[in-house]
Design a protein around this ligand. Structure first.
Ligand code: R2B
Ligand code: URA
Length: 255
């Protein structure tokens, strides 16, 4: 088994690779990126690939195609994909790790739409429930919850932020009403990649989980107000959770 662990930022890909190296007893100063880092940063530590995917679905989908072709050429058996990212929470404490059960589109459907040659195709966006269950069991003291994830194509407009450049096209009460509607639908966080990731992995028959930590509660505001130290602590939480999962699989002989 190979674990492909991904997140938006190149720095976080390196941080996770170094964490793995220390855990596996290697010198973390020897963790170096493979190839060019202009677009993505990729590290391999034992059976784990730690790679950045950039922001949003277009960037992620290039990585998914190329990474998966690479793994097939390398004859990697039964890979598992895990995204460890950041997100805005809905009705959960900042710092909570949300394991996505299903990704919800900007149109409020559990569907990823892709338009090819002028025709739109539709793909389901379920995550792998037994993988979520396995990860959830390893949460220990970490604040972890399962829920749906609202997955958007922009950080400002589609995430109903009032602090972008343009005046919002909605009132504050309309925004709150919509956020409450999402909460009632079972949505617990908002990010920008799980819609395409889940659809891709379902098509490719690859088990997949998304474990995103929430940086703020959108029911309380739009701006991330956590300090640098808090943000570091939050992002370490998804790393710790996924590290526990990888260790448990390795200890049980799954490689
Ligand atoms: C979460 O954070 C990024 C936007 O700031 C985006 O990649 C995401 O899904
Ligand atoms: N990432 C997002 O996409 N939204 C947030 O609110 C925070 C991180």
């Amino acid at each position: 088994m190979k674990f492909v662990c991904m997140g938006g930022s190149a720095r976080r890909a390196l941080t996770f690779a170094k964490l793995l190296a220390r855990e596996f007893g290697y010198d973390d100063r020897e963790v170096l990126a493979y190839g060019d880092t202009e677009r993505y940063s990729l590290y391999k530590v034992g059976p784990v690939i730690s790679v950045s995917h950039g922001i949003g679905i277009p960037s992620l989908s290039i990585l998914l195609n190329e990474m998966t072709k690479l793994l097939i050429s390398a004859k990697a058996q039964n890979p598992v994909y895990i995204r460890m990212g950041t997100s805005g929470g809905i009705g959960v404490e900042p710092g909570t790790v949300v394991l996505t059960t299903e990704s919800i589109s900007p149109k409020l459907t559990p569907v990823f739409e892709q338009t090819v040659m002028g025709e739109t195709r539709y793909y389901p966006t379920l995550l792998t429930q037994n993988l979520n269950d396995e990860i959830y069991q390893l949460r220990n003291q970490l604040p972890v919850t399962m829920g749906k994830t609202f997955s958007t194509n922009s950080f400002y407009e589609e995430q109903m932020r009032s602090d972008g450049l343009f005046n919002p096209s909605f009132s504050n009460s309309e925004k709150l009403e919509f956020l409450h509607k999402l909460y009632e639908m079972g949505v617990r966080n908002i990010e920008m990649e799980s819609l395409a990731l889940s659809a891709f992995c379902l098509q490719a028959e690859i088990p997949v989980a998304v474990a995103c930590v929430t940086l703020l509660d959108r029911l309380k505001g739009d701006q991330v107000l956590a300090s640098k130290e808090e943000l570091l602590d939050y992002s370490n939480r998804s790393h710790q959770l996924i590290l526990s999962y990888i260790k448990s699989k390795i200890e049980n002989g799954a490689m």
